[in-house]
Design a protein around this ligand. Structure first.
Ligand code: SF4
Length: 443
């Protein structure tokens, strides 16, 4: 009943499905098999026509829509997407996974929010699908999928180094013995039975490892393999022609993802933080923390470049556009908030350039390439100017913490009373803004 392809879209069985399909011209043709599966899925809401994907192209968009809803919508209701967890959908889903991988690789950068969303959605899908499999099938099925994926070889933690380095998995989630990850009950009992004097070793295996660790491992390895697969397609994309169906899916994703995320982010990360008002509003110079004032006045000694490119660029852009960054887990791009980039162009960049000019010697006079690095730290790649077309080529650099500033730019950190108990300059800025507003009200 449960196919390996339901969990692993890169398995041998899945690749056979892709080979058999072959015809990309029919991606947007009505697909009766898919419609029937959706209509017959238990608990699936079908009250509205738009809830039913009619073809593989629509399923591709809805598959990512599902994850965005699940992640951002507080009132998320899976009954609108129940078919995604129906094992009958395996074949269509494998095809859609490969369509999406190609569309994402062709349209977006590997570090872009869109690519990360897709990789995360794959991990989340594996987690949810596994949780729906009845426990008496799950263990055996998990072993089958894991064994196929690892060629029945014991997993050495070094083979997972990319997965661990990318933080999809932590070493603390695993039990490692001489480099090998202990997953099987027999191995665990053989190695550790003597360690549990007054507890049942079998029970301890279930608590410490059991199916939970295998499930985690499986979904994280699939996420890593998805990322590797997208990189591979991207490397080849320069030499092959993009099929119009893939192009169409890429275009639809490019408009759907920001629109959908923005709809759940109406406040753009505003809020009341622990240290005061985190509202999105014009920059207030009088409230800049000491380290930022010192940078604005110009940096003369060592650290000039880092002060402007890393500290000031990230501080000013987040302080103006997304002050609540550390209280939120949402992935944002500058254009999610500053749609036509006019705030960045007219309010943020002039201040950065002013501070660069105040440096001694002025930053761009001897190192004009630092202008490109500033644009890159805002998420627009290594270019002369900000351009929406290049957004996502690099990631929007998050503000430096006070600890980092104290280590790398100690000459700029001159704490005042508002720096007490804070760990990043954004909190100091929020506190100062709040104090200013209180003072103004009292006057
Ligand atoms: S404590 Fe933090 S906010 Fe205050 S000056 Fe130092 S680095 Fe800046």
């Amino acid at each position: 009943m449960y196919k390996v392809s339901f969990i692993n879209p890169l398995s041998n069985e899945s690749q056979e499905v892709v080979r058999e399909y072959g015809d990309l011209n029919s991606v947007f043709n009505e697909n009766e098999e898919l419609i029937n599966i959706v209509l017959k899925t238990q608990n699936q809401k079908i009250s509205n026509e738009t809830l039913i994907p009619k073809n593989l192209g629509e399923l591709a968009i809805k598959r990512l829509n599902w994850y965005i809803e699940k992640r951002y919508n507080k009132n998320f209701n899976n009954s609108y997407y129940e078919y995604i967890l129906n094992p009958e959908i395996s074949k269509c889903d494998v095809l859609v996974f490969h369509l999406l991988s190609q569309a994402i690789a062709m349209k977006f950068n590997i570090t872009s929010r869109e690519t990360r969303l897709f990789i995360e959605s794959q991990g989340s899908l594996v987690d949810d699908r596994l949780s729906k499999i009845p426990p008496h099938f799950r263990s055996e099925f998990l072993d089958k999928v894991l064994n196929e994926m690892t060629d029945n070889i014991e997993i050495n933690w070094k083979t997972l180094k990319d997965t661990i380095a990318s933080r999809k998995l932590s070493l603390t989630d695993l039990i490692i013995d001489n480099g090998e990850i202990v997953l099987e009950k027999e191995d665990f009992l053989e190695k550790y039975s003597d360690e549990f004097k007054d507890r049942s070793p079998e029970r301890m295996y279930d608590i410490i490892i059991g199916d939970n660790v295998k499930e985690l491992l499986l979904s994280r390895i699939i996420m890593q393999k998805t990322e590797d697969y997208i990189k591979k397609i991207k490397d080849m994309s320069y030499t092959i022609e993009i099929h119009p169906s893939i192009e169409k899916i890429g275009e639809e994703l490019a408009s759907m993802i920001p629109e959908k995320i923005s709809s759940y982010n109406t406040s753009y990360g505003s809020g009341i933080g622990l240290f005061g008002d985190m509202k999105v509003e014009k920059l207030i110079r009088e409230a800049f923390p000491p380290c930022i004032n010192n940078t604005m006045n110009g940096v003369s000694s060592g650290g000039r470049n880092d002060a402007i490119v890393l500290l000031l660029t990230s501080f000013l852009s987040y302080a103006r556009l997304y002050p609540n960054i550390f209280a939120s887990e949402e992935l944002m791009k500058v254009s999610d908030i500053d749609k036509d980039l006019s705030i960045t162009e007219n309010e943020i960049l002039p201040l950065i350039f002013e501070a660069a000019e105040n440096c001694s010697p002025p930053l761009f006079s001897d190192q004009p390439q630092e202008k490109l690095n500033i644009i890159s730290k805002l998420g627009f790649g290594l270019h002369e100017k900000i351009n929406i077309e290049n957004e996502g080529d690099t990631t929007w650099y998050t503000p430096m913490s006070c600890d980092k500033i104290k280590i790398h730019l100690p000459q700029l950190c001159k704490p005042d009373k508002d720096c007490k108990n804070i760990n990043n300059p954004l909190s100091c800025y929020a506190r100062k803004k709040n104090n200013l507003k209180i003072t103004k009200k009292e006057e």
